[in-house]
Design a protein around this ligand. Sequence first.
Ligand code: NDP
Length: 235
Amino acid sequence: MKKTAVVTGGAGGIGEAVCRRLSSDGYYVYVGYVSSKEKAERIAEEISGESLKLDVTSMADISDAARKIGFTNLLVNNAGISEIELFTCISEQKSREIIDTNLIGAMNCTRAFLPEMIKRKSGCIINISSMWGQVGASCEVDYSASKAGLIGFTKALAKETAPSGIRVNCVSPGFIMTEMNKCFSDEDLNLIREEIPLGIFGEPRHVADSVAFLASEYSEYITGQVLAVNGGMVI
Ligand code: NDP
């Protein structure tokens, strides 16, 4: 039987690359979406997987998905939102939305899929954090807090689930060219590029390759770790 993978936000820039890479590694992939239904359906069709309405802030969506899929070999908590704003200006509602999506959403999805993994003493969870979760970003304080929370969640859950044969790791991307970074001007982008020792922006495939590694047997002795994919921007 094929291994299965659930990827939240599977129709986004990084999510799509992750879905395609996991499919080429032999997974049957569930492409999670909220607003990008058509794109998710197209990706799913192209990789012979399945699109899945999975809003990580909706307990109904999460329960439906877990009930429908049952055991999954791999859960990739990739869904995320960001907002560039001073901490003193961001609304309480926006702040909650960021934490609810990026952190609580990943925790709730994991909580839903974990019992079947524990039952089978097998499974792998990969959380997509951010370099800002490691070092913090000015004007992205709430986002940084959510992503730092994901790192803490990864480490603690890795300890708790290791005796059940489940590995939990984190990928921490740097600056990856996706919709999320469309807000930056050419001038901003040039300044940011100068801060990247490897001299180029990351591409979604760079993150997908790291997810594939952490999901594979080549990382069977790795758990609770944060794999930074940032061109040397944060070392
Ligand atoms: P995109 O904006 O391209 O994709 C974000 C995805 O998140 C979309 O597919 C969207 O789904 C999904 N999403 C948003 N809200 C929800 C929700 N409530 N429930 C489920 N899915 C949701 O961004 P990226 O691909 O760049 O980001 C992917 C992840 O990588 C995020 O967690 C982000 O924080 C992280 N990251 C990105 C970096 C970058 O430089 N791009 C750097 C570091 C981390 P839909 O389109 O269906 O609404």
